[in-house]
Design a binder for this molecule. Structure first.
Ligand SMILES: Nc1nc2c(ncn2[C@@H]2O[C@H](COP(=O)(O)OP(=O)(O)O)[C@@H](O)[C@H]2O)c(=O)[nH]1
Ligand SMILES: [Mg+2]
Ligand SMILES: [Zn+2]
Length: 298
């Protein structure tokens, strides 16, 4: 009799599947590897058939709600973009690129600026960081400060991650593993120095989901070090991945307005009035150009 479970770890050809009756080591049956969904990835819901030797065979990968490519994780409930304001210094472009990735894959996202303790005593930096977070809140993203060091915001973050499958993304050194250790004290993830997974080059398929104490799963990832523009089929798609543009865009003079220099652009007007954050808008324009240039090269 087959069971349904979730792939929580992928290592070479073996998959660890949490079935509700415990975790089994499973391998896909041969045909599946060329099947519609391709090979299973972490987060996949699968049907497994237990074998007499205690292992199991993956019979079928259930349809995916969504899928991230890097890291390969399916059925993601939230992409948590983690940054720090200092040490390392914030890179807004990375934040926006990660959010664009979430939007195009229809994954709800949220933003954390960690290491609050580093700037808490410096009003000018704190102000800047507050304004930065506020822009994302206005765009509709939950956005909060945390400090993995002193615990600020960790309970709020826990509430935000409730129950689902969360993928953390962010540059190396911002405190992803530290935050996970604060959320799941049993996890004892390596922090500080680059972990082996971060240095390795053959680790793209090696993803592990950690169980959160209150339920749910989280994937600590080697970080989004990618600065390349998203590979969109069409550059015009990009405007749909900045949620704060949506409402004003309905009033643009041209229906296919890209919100760059078109006359009667209601998005540009909203930026001029301060209703849309100027930094986000500027980064949209830069990213749009990059996406266009990348499309021309292809
Ligand atoms: N001051 C301070 N340091 C932190 C905080 N979170 C993490 N760190 C430190 O930043 C470094 C990188 O953290 P780590 O969790 O490995 O980052 P990751 O690469 O994103 O997983 C480590 O030395 C941590 O101790 C924080 O909230 N405040
Ligand atoms: Mg880490
Ligand atoms: Zn427009």
């Amino acid at each position: 009799m087959s069971l349904t479970g979730r792939v929580v770890k992928v290592l070479n050809q073996w998959y660890r599947v949490e079935t509700g009756e415990g975790i089994v080591a499973a391998r896909p049956r041969g045909r599946l590897r060329r099947g519609d969904q391709g090979t299973p990835v972490a987060g996949d819901l699968v049907e497994v058939l237990p074998a007499p030797d205690g292992t199991a065979r993956i019979e079928r990968v259930l349809p995916r709600r969504n899928r991230l490519e890097r890291p390969p994780v399916a059925n993601v409930d939230r992409l948590l973009v983690v940054a720090s304001w200092r040490e390392p210094e914030i890179v807004p472009e990375l934040v926006d690129r990660a959010l664009v990735e979430a939007e195009r894959r229809r994954i709800p996202a949220a933003l954390v600026v960690n290491k609050l303790d580093r700037i808490a005593g410096r009003p000018e930096l704190l102000d800047e960081a507050r304004r930065f977070l506020a822009a994302y809140r206005r765009a509709g993203y939950p956005a909060l400060f945390t400090s993995a060091r002193d615990g600020t915001g960790v309970e709020e973050l826990r509430a935000l991650l409730e129950g689902g499958l969360v993928v953390l993304a962010g540059a190396s050194g911002v405190g992803k593993s530290s935050l996970l250790n604060a959320l799941a004290p049993g996890a004892r993830l390596r922090t500080g120095a680059l972990s082996r997974a971060e240095r390795g080059t053959h680790t793209t398929r090696h993803v592990e989901l950690l169980a959160l104490p209150g339920g749910g799963w989280v994937a600590d990832t080697p970080g989004f070090v990618r600065l390349d523009p998203p590979e969109l089929d069409e550059a015009g798609e990009l405007r749909h991945y900045f949620p704060e543009f949506e409402e004003p865009a309905a009033s643009c003079r041209f229906r296919d307005c890209l919100h760059v220099d078109e006359p009667g652009c209601a998005v540009a007007e909203a930026v001029a009035r301060g209703e849309i954050d100027g930094g986000r808008y500027a980064r949209y324009r830069t990213l749009l150009q990059e996406v266009r240039q990348a499309a021309e090269r292809r």
